[in-house]
Design a protein around this ligand. Structure first.
Ligand code: HEM
Length: 511
């Protein structure tokens, strides 16, 4: 992505700009005053800082640097100083015990593209308004998760929607699997459309046909935005690029505008037809949280445009993260057929074949739960949280970290720490089970995939339930296996959410 952008500009123009920029940086560097010892780290190069030392696998490079420099280290990404935190206790100390000091988001140029710079997740300044915004979103998700099911034996609307979509996906997989035979199918396409439908159902109470053109265009836009966003942006690390034309950023802005139009249309429909006694989806739940605002002006709530933004964020957050979790789960299931057999055994014992798996099966299926935690830990497919930044000057673990410093939380390192896991490279769901076969909560707490503390993911419960229902519905009805001759590769390339390499699966109905 960086190179792609660089080559889009004339070489001589860039050279002059970079020279001026590096001189400025050198001058500024001498002026930087500190009030204590800064965190240690590798010596940065002029202009590029430590970017070249990061290579392609940033999470692995920063994990290796921790061996030399410890849990609190500092690198420079271009001109941006980044403090990297590793080690479970250090991360917990920062995000939980000193949570407010680490609860900000850096002023990244690419973050400002999202929701016109007023995104709760990416750009809103940490403070009272942000705390209220997050609380409203959390309460809206809670309100929605308590909404009654419409017309089935499900315990709630959320369960009804997720179970229905999981079944739809399994039927489609079966059909395609039958046709493909030994050649197998790529499960990703169906996973994308199924999870997109769950998100549409949760946010807007709508389910789309898999071939609906509006639906497919939204799915594509979301995938494209994430792809561009995940590639990182030069303008975040070299501020001068904010003032130069960037084809990828322009494309991202266009995609985001189209996405916003779709969202705004749906949300307007909801505002027009809202009925407090019938909460249809998360959008209704958000409107309900804010409905009193006109009567009680003292009570701060969200404006209509903030409601729109909140729905966009929940929509975006619960999409790619879940699809990727399911892709990894399926890869591990075909890589380790004996583990798949144990999950199937648990489904047969607990659920049987006469009904679909439900939310309340989860606590009674510790092996399946342990498998999901081991997928999160081993793949660590969200290697860092969204970048944080300090909200005040702070002395942390003996090091001075100035206000507004960008902070990366290395979730990958925590999930592969020898001291916690002993054999972090082995894929062993059993590690999460106690001797009596229950889930070891003390250990599952140490799996880092949703962040922790004030900025912790809002949808972690939703996500774990959704992945549980999709996987158990799949294995209740189908056997999945590797296709002949296919090497299964568990490695991945660094990104915001790291995808497995493409693979195909062979599908056979059970029984
Ligand atoms: C397996 C699926 C998911 C994973 C791995 C995941 C992971 C994460 C991570 C790592 C963060 C950043 C935490 C930080 O910055 O410290 C985050 C934030 C967030 N997630 Fe999730 N997430 C998932 C699903 C969801 C779902 C389903 C929703 C909505 C229903 C959601 C809503 C959010 C929101 C709103 C934030 C922003 C929180 C903030 O900035 O304070 N996520 N998530």
């Amino acid at each position: 992505m960086f190179l792609e952008e660089i080559f889009c500009m004339s070489t001589s123009g860039v050279t002059v700009l970079l020279c001026v920029f590096s001189l400025l940086l050198l001058a500024l560097r001498g002026q930087r005053r500190t009030r204590g010892t800064l965190p240690p780290g590798p010596r940065p190069w002029p202009l590029v800082g430590n970017l070249l030392q990061m290579g392609e696998q940033v999470h692995l490079s920063l994990t290796n640097l921790r061996v030399q420099y410890g849990d609190v280290l500092q690198v420079k990404m271009g001109s941006l100083v980044v403090v990297v935190l590793s080690g479970y206790s250090t991360v917990k100390e920062a995000l939980v015990r000193q949570g407010e000091a680490f609860a900000g988001r850096p002023d990244f140029f690419s973050f400002s593209a999202i929701a016109n710079g007023e995104s709760m997740t990416f750009s809103e300044k940490y403070g009272e308004t942000w705390v209220l915004h997050k609380k409203i979103c959390r309460n809206a998700l809670k309100t929605f998760s308590q909404a009654e099911a419409r017309d089935s034996s499900a315990s709630c609307l959320l369960e009804e929607r997720i179970c229905a979509e999981a079944l739809e996906m399994v039927e489609a997989l079966k059909e395609q699997g039958d046709e493909a035979g030994d050649e197998g199918i790529d499960p990703s396409i169906l996973l994308v459309t199924s999870v997109a439908n769950v998100v549409c159902a949760l946010c807007f109470g709508k389910r789309y046909d898999y071939n609906d053109t509006e639906f497919l265009s939204i799915v594509n836009i979301n995938t494209e935005v994430l792809r561009i966003f995940a590639g990182g942006n030069l303008a975040d690390f070299f501020p001068i690029f904010r003032y130069l034309p960037s084809p990828s950023l322009r494309k991202m802005f266009q995609f985001i505008n189209r996405m916003n139009e779709f969202m705004e249309r749906n949300i307007k429909e909801h505002l027009d037809t809202f009925d407090r006694n019938c909460i249809r989806d998360i959008t209704d739940a958000l409107i309900a949280m804010c409905e009193d605002r006109d009567e009680d002006e003292e009570k701060a709530t969200l404006s209509n445009s903030q409601i729109v933004r909140s729905v966009i964020e929940i929509f975006g957050a619960g999409f790619d993260t879940i699809i990727t979790g399911l892709q990894w789960s399926i890869l591990y299931l075909i890589k380790f057929p004996d583990i798949q057999a144990k999950i199937i055994q648990e489904i047969d014992n607990q659920v049987g074949t006469n009904r679909l798996p439900q939310f309340n099966d989860k606590p009674n299926m510790p092996y399946t739960e342990a498998f999901i935690y081991e997928v999160f830990r081993h793949s660590s497919y969200v290697p860092f949280t969204i970048p944080h930044c300090t909200t005040e000057n702070i002395t942390f673990n003996g090091y001075f970290i100035p206000k507004d410093t960008c902070v990366f939380i290395n979730q990958y390192q925590v999930n592969h720490d020898m001291e916690i896991w002993g054999d972090p490279e082995s894929f062993r769901p059993e590690r999460f089970l106690t001797q009596s076969g229950n889930v070891n909560k003390t250990l599952t707490e140490k799996v880092m995939i949703f962040g922790m503390g004030i900025r912790r993911c809002l949808g972690d419960n939703f996500a774990r339930l959704e992945i549980f229902v999709f996987l158990t519905t799949l294995l209740q009805r189908l056997n999945i296996e590797n296709i002949p001759g296919q090497e299964l590769d568990l490695s991945s390339t660094f990104a915001l959410t790291m995808k497995p390499k493409h693979f195909r699966i062979k599908i056979a109905p059970r029984n």
